[in-house]
Design a protein around this ligand. Structure first.
Ligand SMILES: CC(C)(COP(=O)(O)OP(=O)(O)OC[C@H]1O[C@@H](n2cnc3c(N)ncnc32)[C@H](O)[C@@H]1OP(=O)(O)O)[C@@H](O)C(=O)NCCC(=O)NCCS
Length: 252
């Protein structure tokens, strides 16, 4: 069944409750669009999706897409007050919290979970079963690997890679990548172009400098830079570059 709240504005050129031709499951799926949602032209909302109130889905975006490698999945849940921009693709079995933003051309693979206030930058890629907390910004062109976990209040800069496979294409990779997916705890900031290698855990309040390659687990409250990344100071000792002008001494 398709449930569209009367206050929702749905373009005539959008498809709501879409079921792909080759979808095998013959159960009925409810597709719900809550109050005040706006669905622009050329959006496809797959059957079984639930788009909560005040959410805007811009033209060309697709929600709840059945993945090629998981043909049994369909539909996604998008939290209230969210903003899905043009050509963003959110696959099936994804659930977001409120105020979720997916920028243009971003891609969220099946099975991912998000807390509230999460933003995904342009062309960023979040691979399957990643679990991301609340108040997290993932910047443009960043790749978050399968099964990676990110805590609350984190910033991942542009063009970063959070990895999971220590030895790609090893015959056991599908098992081992779950164990080795990167884990970020809370209040972590990662500068542009950083790579976090498989098996690394980054503990609370860490800053990773731009361009770093992090090869080992990082203890709480430190700043690391370089390839391989090394400790340069404690996070609490970071000083603003012009504290008079910006009226702040310590950013963290
Ligand atoms: C890591 C970081 C937080 C350190 O800030 P800071 O403590 O104020 O750094 P400083 O400018 O005092 O630099 C300390 C030293 O580390 C070096 N350094 C700083 N950042 C570095 C980095 N990313 N890689 C290599 N060396 C770095 C500096 O050259 C300096 O070396 P020196 O003492 O020999 O002159 C900062 O440099 C950084 O990378 N910020 C992230 C920026 C970013 O990517 N933002 C993304 C948003 S678009």
């Amino acid at each position: 069944m398709i449930n569209i709240h009367p206050s929702a504005k749905i373009s005539n050129l959008a498809i709501i409750g879409f079921i792909p031709e080759n979808f095998k499951d013959e159960r009925e799926f409810d597709t719900t669009i809550d109050e005040n949602c706006v669905i622009e032209p050329f959006v496809i909302v797959y059957a079984g999706s639930y788009i909560k109130k005040n959410t805007i889905v811009k033209s060309g975006a697709q929600i709840g897409v059945t993945p090629k490698i998981k043909p049994e999945l369909i539909g996604a849940k998008i939290g209230e007050n969210s903003h899905i921009l043009s050509n963003a693709i959110i696959e099936a079995d994804v659930e977001t919290g409120e105020k979720f933003t997916a920028d243009q051309n971003s891609f969220v693979q099946f099975g991912c979970r998000f807390g509230d206030f999460v933003g995904i930058g342009q062309s960023a890629v979040i691979l399957s079963y990643a679990k991301i907390g609340s108040k997290v910004r993932i910047h443009t062109l960043t790749m978050i690997g399968d099964y990676v976990t990110i805590g609350n209040n984190c910033f991942i800069g542009p063009n970063c890679n959070l990895t999971n496979a220590p030895h790609p294409k090893c015959p056991q990779i599908k098992i081992c990548e779950k164990d080795y997916a990167v884990k970020l705890k809370d209040n972590i900031r990662i500068g542009a172009n950083a790579t976090i290698l498989p098996g690394v855990i980054i503990n609370n309040n860490v800053i990773v400098g731009s361009g770093s390659v992090v090869t080992k687990t990082v203890e709480e409250g430190i700043v690391i830079i370089g390839n391989p990344a090394k400790i340069i100071k404690e996070t609490k000792d970071l000083i603003c570059w012009d504290k008079e002008k910006y009226n702040i001494e310590r950013p963290y």
